[in-house]
Design a binder for this molecule. Structure first.
Ligand SMILES: CCCCCCCC/C=C\CCCCCCCC(=O)NCC(=O)O
Ligand code: ZN
Ligand code: ZN
Length: 479
């Protein structure tokens, strides 16, 4: 056969993705060491900068070939972020970018089977904060490059590796600065690959097979602070309503009034069509005929928090503060709500809905931060980034036969690069089940050693596939 996926297209110098036992041990040990450095982002203002600096030293030691190769230029950006430029031999090929972030969310020790920054190995898993979000990607990208360079691989297509240091608190110091640097250099990327989705197992009822979901868009966000001010006074003679009562009622109304179900907009139609082929009667018919069964499917998706997040803007009450003393009527009550905006909605529309639901002038609304949903990146035959991911999934994970475009329900650093590419793909080449998902930002975050070694293998192959990619020949129509 011809086309992008045929063997004939490959260069003669392809390096097999086989690692020695020694290399496999080095791969897992390097990840453990990375997890042991507590690169925590606590807030916009506060992060563990000592650990971030130590991490920079750590990768220099762990990947000597990357740091000494004449093909690789390394730059520290904004003190703790890293940009690697890997020089390809063919300047006519447009570069791409692999991304990850080195910071992690905090991890209080309660509930963990092992200390969260121990990187301990138990029953074939490496435990610790960052095992899936996202030190696995940081280390896998650098390790794959290290192993390719050791084998004297010299890429044809240039690529960048961007490692941000504040993704968990917005990316405005790290990724945004790297992006500005690339823009100043006039860089336009063919595509980028970041975290944000996985090979999903057990997320879809009645479907046992794994589904590789490549997220082609990402929800927007709105952080809204609600505030009520009242005159303080003696608690022995309380007014009929207090700031706490008024604010609680308002946030409760917001929680009880979900944002509208937007199923049908965004990329999910294509996702459902592709998934339909995997089901037997009658689900396949239902998914193929959404024009008719749309109401049933959209209702079913609302039932579980993850699929619910795919169909609507979510409302999460995350912070609540009020009161100064037990016998004082509280002067001020504040609550913060984190909305994740569906790709078919705008920030303005969400704000209007919030105002209608709150419907109380005593509740002030303050926008702390907002950004719109990300554009939908292409997933057709011509989309190089998507096709390369699909091709590499098929070769590294032969058991995965289903590859679909999806929506990233959380946020990533990709949005800072929207100016320099329209091919933004979020995909971590690792299987993930609902229990693994609960470890991300939760307790007992862990990665299977076998799966992590496969992630390294995936990137090792991906870089080579990017070098042998041939633009697909456009379909010829008979006259
Ligand atoms: C019909 C198909 C069902 C699909 C189920 C989707 C499952 C989603 C699974 C994984 C998504 C994990 C995203 C992890 C990225 C984390 C990024 C992050 O933490 N960013 C910070 C933030 O968003 O606040
Ligand atoms: Zn992350
Ligand atoms: Zn995260």
């Amino acid at each position: 056969s011809t086309g992008p996926r045929s063997r004939e297209n490959r260069g003669a110098s392809r390096i097999p993705s086989q690692f020695s036992e020694e290399e496999r041990v080095a791969i897992k040990e390097a990840l453990k060491g990375a997890i042991q450095i507590p690169t925590v982002s606590f807030s916009h203002e506060e992060s563990n900068t000592t650990a971030l600096a130590e991490f920079g030293e750590y990768i220099r030691k762990a990947f000597p070939t990357v740091f000494h190769s004449s093909l690789v230029q390394h730059e520290v950006v904004a003190k703790y972020s890293h940009l690697f430029t890997v020089q390809g031999s063919d300047p006519s090929l447009q570069p791409y970018m692999l991304m990850a972030h080195i910071d992690v969310v905090p991890a209080p020790e309660e509930g963990w089977e092992v200390p969260p920054f121990s990187g301990l190995e138990r029953n074939g898993f490496i435990y610790g904060r960052g095992a899936l979000d996202n030190k696995n990607s940081v280390m896998a990208i650098l390790h794959a490059l290290e192993l390719l360079l050791i084998r004297n691989y010299s890429p044809k297509r240039s690529f960048f590796i961007a490692l941000g240091h504040d993704e968990e608190v917005s990316g405005s110091k790290g990724a945004q600065k790297i992006s500005a640097l690339l823009q100043a250099r006039g860089v336009q990327l063919a595509f980028l690959v970041d975290e944000g989705s996985f090979i999903l197992e057990g997320f879809i009822p009645n479907l046992e097979k794994p589904v590789a979901m490549i997220s082609v868009t990402e929800k927007g966000a709105l952080d809204l602070m609600l505030q009520v001010n009242m005159t303080p006074g003696h608690s022995s003679a309380p007014p009929k309503e207090t700031s706490i009562g008024i604010l609680s009622a308002a946030v409760s109304r917001l929680e009880q009034t979900p944002m509208p179900n937007m199923f049908g907009g965004g990329p999910l139609k294509k996702t459902m069509k592709l998934l339909a082929n995997e089901f037997s009667f009658p689900i396949n018919i239902v998914l193929r005929n959404l024009w008719l069964f749309h109401p049933i499917v959209s209702r079913l998706m609302e039932r579980n928090p993850i699929t619910n997040a795919l169909v609507r803007t979510t409302t999460a009450l995350t912070m609540f503060n009020a009161g100064v003393k037990v016998n004082v009527i509280p002067p001020l009550a504040q609550a913060t709500i984190n909305f994740r905006i569906h790709p078919s909605q705008t920030v303005h529309e969400v704000l209007e809905l919030v105002k209608n639901t709150v419907a109380d002038d005593r509740v002030q609304l303050h926008v702390l931060r907002s950004f719109k949903p990300l554009p939908i990146s292409p997933s057709d035959d011509q989309a190089m980034g998507y096709q390369l991911l699909q091709e590499t999934i098929r070769s590294v994970f032969p058991e995965v036969n289903i590859v679909v475009p999806g929506i990233c329900i959380a946020n990533t650093d990709t949005r800072h690069y929207a100016n320099i590419t329209n091919g933004m793909y979020r995909f971590n080449p690792l299987p993930l089940n609902p229990q693994d998902f609960s470890g991300i930002h939760g307790i007992n975050e862990k990665v299977s050693i076998q799966n992590y070694q496969n992630q390294v293998k995936f990137i090792f192959e991906f870089i080579q596939n990017a070098d042998t990619y041939k633009e697909p020949v456009p379909h010829l129509h008979e006259l």
